[in-house]
Design a binder for this molecule. Sequence first.
Ligand SMILES: NC(=O)c1ccc[n+]([C@@H]2O[C@H](COP(=O)([O-])OP(=O)(O)OC[C@H]3O[C@@H](n4cnc5c(N)ncnc54)[C@H](O)[C@@H]3O)[C@@H](O)[C@H]2O)c1
Length: 403
Amino acid sequence: MNRRSFLGNAGKGAIAMAAMPSMRALGANDRIRIGLIGAGDRGMQDLNDALRQPNIECVAVADTYSRRRDLAKSRVPGIDTYDDPMRLLERKDIDAVINATPMHLHAKYFIAALHAGKDLYSEKTMTWNIPQAVACLKAAKASKQVVQIGVQHQSSGGLVDAKEWITKGYLGKVTMVESWISRNTPRGHGQWVRPVPEDCNLQHVNWDLFLDGRPEPKFDGYKYINWRLFWEFSGGNITENMVHQNAWITSALGLELPSAAVMTGGIFSEKDGRQVPDTFNVTLEYPEMIVVWQSTFSNSHYRLGQHILGSSGTIENVNFGASTFYPERANDPGVGEMQGESKGVNHMANWFECIRSRNRATNAPVETGYRTAIAGHMANLAYRRQNRVTLEEAMAAPGSAWM
Ligand SMILES: NC(=O)c1ccc[n+]([C@@H]2O[C@H](COP(=O)([O-])OP(=O)(O)OC[C@H]3O[C@@H](n4cnc5c(N)ncnc54)[C@H](O)[C@@H]3O)[C@@H](O)[C@H]2O)c1
């Protein structure tokens, strides 16, 4: 594989699928037939969430590990299973797919699903690097499909209230957002580390499909299960959690791409062989505003949150719950302290509603995936280069810079 271009194999399936006819037209009450690609932890949560919505039927699941296919079959008896997602995507009786594969594979199945005429729910982070984000944006814009990115807090009530208060001008001039996530684990057990099941071996896993061309000499069950810890497959906690918070903050404030990123930190909590840092601080520069995000895996007291700091008031949001507004004494906007009461909607339900109405403006469309993927990849690039990275530099970086 050409490591320099490193779009991964994102385009390949798409080419094979280019001639596929588009999906059937769905009426408001028609049953939507879905397929799941990647039936791991999150994929099964997404599937359960989907099956709780009215008139949804899962007909097929694709996963490279037989254990996960068996698990999906026990949840939904009668479904067809495949190891290769391309076989699922070839089926004309599937309207929509959920893509919950490890992050390095998102772009490949994203583009292939759109070319196959499937509506798509794609887990975050939308892509593993910037060139893939550009390719996915282009593919989604050129298609007629309904795309929802799995940043589910875009459907939360706390975001509705924050947007409204900001639009009404209650915050005044916002120059800074501070945000954080803090988690903890028993000492000696690093965050995210999962045990490797006994049957995780070449008899039960299609390792080549998982690697998707990455040059790994031999099967490594630890990497297969714990892909999050390695740059080849993951962007660490930037692409696991910052992406959710960046989506929320940029949506609330109407921000586009950062003009530059800085990231410092290291592997301080547990030296367990992981490559991605466990402790860090990111600063993203936006016009006349910085968005700071910090993360630790050795303390969970303050959990997760964001403070939008304005000259007239502050929005506090903790754990993506209800938002609260606190007025400043200087520049008091005269609205008093407020607790947001807007109700959110189910993110999966929002996708299905948009599929039925053919409304492509889901709560987290491809543009949200693009914007948040770029911000995250800029931060990781800054960390790897030990340098402030501008948007222009990041956009010009080769795909292999993320290996
Ligand atoms: N939105 C959220 O809140 C949220 C939460 C957790 C995880 N996620 C995201 O969901 C994705 C999956 O995370 P996870 O924790 O479920 O990982 P996981 O390892 O548990 O699941 C991934 C699954 O994909 C399968 N797989 C690997 N290569 C494949 C291929 N080529 N084709 C088909 N299947 C393949 C694996 O066998 C596994 O079952 C990640 O991108 C993660 O960031 C999102």
